[in-house]
Design a protein around this ligand. Structure first.
Ligand code: FES
Length: 256
């Protein structure tokens, strides 16, 4: 199904960490619901206002009963600063759901699943863990943060074990999240986070012959596969991260 534009109303916005925001919006009743790993282009300013481009933000959570979608994002520039200024009752435009997301039904049938995330790359992993758990496959979660964690309580009902690594050693393992992953213990690894981290995860999985799917981030303009601005080079030729991805088999997109 194709992405559509919706004007939506803000239900709430909170700050789980100083530079992180959790934004929940009400979806129109007839809107298509996303699946894990898909994203929306968000815009809370007029077409002639700066920044020119809308902001691609992955779906963190959704509540079909409330009819809401939640986005978790980091404040990084002008666009996300404008999103962070939104409050209850304000409106914004969202375009989506975009991208292919994770094939949750296939992943749930794979066997034992590990989900590995880093920093704001954990944003799409809540809905992923939730949908996997709903499909009868509670994954183990391994997450890395620089210093402080955010939002992990929400994962607890949907995961097996949850292991944390921090760069500073403030919480959990002092070191890399890849130190926590033994891919030989899993039938499938799903990952989202910084490129260096995902490449490390992909390398471990490749060596252990464990399939790995990675959700990539890239600068995006249209979010719909039209401008080719997010093209990445893969082993099977150029692909758009927004439309062909953002989820790819890791061995297609990383040098291993
Ligand atoms: Fe335009 Fe991906 S952002 S093709």
């Amino acid at each position: 199904m194709s992405a559509t534009n919706c004007n939506v109303r803000v239900l709430r916005q909170s700050a789980p960490a100083p530079d992180i925001r959790r934004l929940t919006v009400a979806l129109p009743r007839d809107a298509q619901m996303p699946h894990a790993g898909q994203f929306y282009m968000l815009r809370a300013w007029a077409a002639n206002e700066s920044p020119v481009l809308s902001r691609p933000i992955s779906v963190h959570d959704m509540d079909p009963e409330e009819g809401s979608l939640t986005f978790l994002y980091q404040i990084k520039g002008e666009g996300t600063q404008k999103l962070a200024a939104l409050a209850w009752g304000d409106t914004l435009t969202i375009t989506g759901p975009c991208g292919n997301g994770f094939d949750v039904a296939a992943a749930a049938k794979a066997g034992k699943v590990a989900v590995v995330g880093g920093g704001i790359g954990t944003a799409p992993l809540l809905l992923l863990c939730k949908q996997l758990a709903d499909a009868g496959c509670k994954p183990d979660l391994m997450v890395g943060f620089r210093d402080k964690t955010y939002g992990l309580d929400e994962f607890v009902p949907f995961c097996g074990k949850i292991d944390v690594a921090t760069d500073t050693g403030a919480l959990g393992h002092h070191g890399l999240v890849t130190d926590l992953l033994d891919p030989t213990a899993y039938d499938l690894v799903l990952t989202c986070g910084p490129g260096v981290m995902m490449r490390g995860v992909a390398k471990l999985c490749f060596a252990a012959h464990t399939p790995c799917l990675a959700s990539l981030e890239n600068k995006m303009a249209c979010g719909l596969g039209a401008c080719l601005g997010c093209t990445c080079h893969t082993k099977v030729g150029p692909k758009t991260v927004c439309k062909d991805g953002p989820v790819f088999p890791a061995e297609e997109v990383f040098e291993l």
